[in-house]
Design a protein around this ligand. Structure first.
Ligand code: NAD
Ligand code: 89V
Length: 342
């Protein structure tokens, strides 16, 4: 059984702990949070007695195989480097780091230490996304030449995550990052991006609307758009909607987890609703299931020696897209990813 420690027991970490309890082959044996209150809530709920307010002390005392970092981004680099220096495998929540420079430094620290590193980029693990990928890979709609990944909502995300209202950057860094990763997952890496961003909600500091155009090479393009300023007839949070056009047909993942696939043999419909896990609650169940799935993927990769799909090195390509989006929105220019990834 792999032994893990969780650092950061806040809003989202409760989902991590549920996922770890379901995971086969790993368990969380120690938890850490600066806040005694958060530590008590998580420890009592999950029956974990090894509790620390200082991560260095926890890593020095506990016998561990990996750490799961679920703090907000400003602490990711220091904590990941601390774990790598002890030879521990590292999972780091998204966004990977506050800057691309920090994200690259985490990748380099883990590579130098020879420890696996995965970014907890979970949206591609949502079962509707996995089903879309299966359909694309089957060839049913032919070669995909155009796509749209869309997340539009007016959900009050700030009630659970108040820090999201306070940063200079908001939707691209926090939510768009997931949609950009899904675009890479379905259409391949992006070569260039151009974008426009806007703040509609006057009560927050960063942008809450973004429209991004990705060039995936060979004439393949996608539009990735996200908004927390969109009031719809039926609130869609937290569904990511997908449109893909291929040389033989098309695919639409519409609100309500309704998938339609059009191919030369006609149009068929599938209900791709994610399961409601015993510990999950709507509307978050889609995201909660993906937490359990990515954690199991991590365990399977650690055991088999395989690189996780969203390894640190892979996630640099998603993270660089975020940086490129902000650069493009600021300058009005198209930004080549090669300029950021080197
Ligand atoms: P949060 O502020 O509720 O929780 C973070 C916790 O980390 C706090 O309890 C804080 O006390 C603790 N912490 C901070 N620095 C620490 C340190 N050095 N040592 C020990 N504890 C420390 O934040 P959250 O909403 O849970 O978000 C955490 C991360 O998860 C963010 O990066 C966020 O973007 C990400 N997140 C991801 C998803 C997803 O679907 N992948 C969803 C929500 C949040
Ligand atoms: O991913 C996140 O950090 C969350 C949410 C899924 C709501 O966007 O903010």
């Amino acid at each position: 059984m792999l032994r893990g420690a969780l650092i950061g027991c806040g809003f989202f970490a409760i989902n991590h702990l549920h996922g770890w309890r379901d995971a086969k082959g790993a368990e969380i044996v120690a938890i850490c949070d600066r806040s005694a209150d958060r530590l008590k809530i998580a420890g009592d709920q999950f029956g974990i007695t090894a509790r620390y307010q200082d991560a260095a002390e926890m890593l020095a005392r506990e016998k561990l195989d990996f750490v799961d970092i679920a703090t907000t981004a400003p602490m990711h680099r220091a904590l990941a480097e601390m774990a790598a220096a002890r030879g521990l495998a590292v999972i780091c929540q998204k966004p990977f780091a506050p800057t691309l420079e920090d994200a690259k430094a985490i990748v380099s620290a883990c590579e130098k230490a020879g420890v696996p590193l995965m970014v907890h980029e979970n949206f591609r693990w949502q079962s509707p996304m996995q089903r879309v990928k299966q359909v694309v890979s089957s060839g049913e709609i032919g070669d995909v030449f155009w796509g749209r990944v869309s997340f539009r909502s007016a959900y009050d995300v700030f009630s659970g995550q108040p820090y999201l209202a306070e940063g200079d950057r908001f939707i691209v860094e926090d939510l768009g990052i997931h949609a950009l990763d899904v675009a890479r997952f379905l259409l391949g890496d992006a070569l260039n991006v151009s974008a426009r961003i806007k703040r509609v909600n006057p009560k927050i500091k960063g942008e809450d609307v973004a429209t991004m155009l990705l060039d995936h090479g060979g004439g393949v393009a996608s539009v990735v758009d996200c908004s927390y300023a969109t009031r719809l007839e039926t609130e869609a949070f937290p569904e990511t909607l997908i449109e893909l056009d291929g040389t033989k047909g098309s695919l639409r993942l519409a609100q309500g987890y309704r998938l339609s696939v059009t191919s030369p043999s006609g149009t068929r419909h599938e209900d791709v609703s994610p399961p409601l896990l015993a510990w999950a609650s709507k509307p978050w169940h889609n995201i909660q299931e993906s937490v359990a799935l990515i954690e199991q993927h991590w365990v399977d990769c650690l055991k088999s020696g395989k690189e996780p799909e969203t390894s640190g090195r892979d996630n640099l390509k998603t993270f660089a897209l975020v940086e490129a989006v902000y650069q493009s929105a600021k300058t009005g220019q198209t930004i080549p990813l090669s300029a950021l990834l080197g």
